[in-house]
Design a protein. Structure first.
Length: 371
């Protein structure tokens, strides 16, 4: 029993050190750049409401840019946008690729010769005013080829939503090795030269996941993919708990259908933690449970500091709801994480954005409208 307790202590200590590592590497100065020739690419659904909060936040950016909004067809809110230097692109309906990817490829074809920096954002984010400047800084200084932030879920006051937020928090605050970063399409940037070098239109053709396709192509091309650690971008999590769990499952289905090896590595790490908690509660005794809770509370305190240093106060208040799970039932977070990983691997069908997709080796082999 003593050796098992020692292993458990080492495992829990490693998880705490991982989160501490993230905190230690948060940039202190938050340097920005504001070059010319920036194009922001935004894909929206045709029932988009115009994103008044998003548009206000984009208007507050310190970097001048032109906005390319890609729709499937007729999007009244996009057509009536009162925003400077905006272009609307109508992509039509995809036949053999994700609808978001289809719109993104159409937006890429709308680029002009003066568009030297490309920034990709999602419509459901609450970006800080420094978003563009921080993403562009490593590119302008030639410190990276592809730069990315990461989502920080802001759950409503429902326990199930906070649980999904806690699962995502484990990913958001992982130590980020610069050479093995996978970009997040909600806040990602690259130079036009890198996009041309990757042949981005070809890389995305037939795919469902934009960010994973770009990230894997970047790895194969040995590009420098860099995280901006202080750029955790608020992303509201609303609706039912069931819908939130479907969201979490879909994220891992994207992973397993694009890179089974990456899924296996992630599942192994979470499975070890999940089995450790099962042992601690079932056979490890109060000492093992105390070690688990001590580590969980330590991680929660460090994550609280990370949140406070990266997002706005109101966003931080919502994000902290997820930390309650770490304090009250950390085992439930790990078990839920493993569950969505396993369920995500049980099917190659992905429901997303009003469509159903059947995947094979990262490509869409069949699609239809949901419902």
């Amino acid at each position: 029993m003593s050796w098992a307790l020692g292993l458990w202590l080492l495992l829990q200590g490693a998880t705490v050190l991982g989160v501490v590592n993230y905190l230690r590497h948060l940039p202190m100065d938050g340097q920005e750049e504001a070059p010319g020739g920036v194009a922001v690419l935004l894909c929206v659904r045709d029932d988009w409401d115009g994103g008044p909060d998003l548009m206000g936040r984009l208007a507050a950016q310190s970097v001048p840019f032109r906005l390319i909004v890609a729709t499937s067809g007729a999007c009244p809110a996009a057509e009536s946008l009162d925003f400077p230097n905006v272009e609307i692109v109508r992509a039509g309906v995809a036949q053999d690729e994700g609808q978001k990817v289809h719109k993104l490829r159409a937006a890429l074809r709308a680029l002009g010769p003066d568009d030297r920096y490309l920034v990709f954002i999602d419509a459901d984010i609450e970006p800080p005013s420094r978003l563009l400047g921080r993403l562009l800084f490593p590119l302008v200084r030639d410190k990276a080829d592809i730069v990315t932030g990461y989502r920080l879920l802001l759950p409503d006051a429902k326990p199930a939503l906070a649980l999904v937020g806690a699962v995502e928090m484990q990913l958001a605050t992982l130590p980020r090795a610069a050479g093995s970063t996978m970009p997040w399409g909600g806040a990602m940037a690259m130079t036009r030269a890198v996009a041309d070098r990757l042949e981005l239109d070809r890389v995305l053709a037939g795919r469902l996941s934009d960010d994973m396709s770009i990230g894997l192509a970047g790895w194969r091309a040995k590009l420098r993919l860099r995280p901006v650690r202080d750029l955790l971008v608020g992303s509201p999590l609303q609706g039912s708990g069931e819908a939130a769990l479907r969201f979490a499952t879909r994220q891992y289905r994207h992973v397993v259908t694009n890179s089974p090896g990456m899924w296996q590595a992630a599942a192994l790490v979470v499975a070890v933690q999940a089995l450790g908690w099962l042992w601690a509660i079932g056979w490890g005794g109060w000492g093992a449970v105390a070690i688990g809770y001590g580590a969980a509370w330590s991680r929660a305190l460090v994550r609280r500091r990370i949140i406070a240093g990266t997002v706005e106060p109101e966003q931080a208040r919502k994000a902290r709801r997820s930390l309650v799970w770490d304090a009250v039932a950390p085992f439930a977070v790990t078990w839920a994480h493993l569950a969505v990983q396993i369920v995500g691997a049980l099917s190659s069908r992905i429901c997303w954005g009003g469509y159903e997709y059947w995947m094979k080796r990262g490509k869409v082999v069949r699609m239809k409208r949901a419902g």
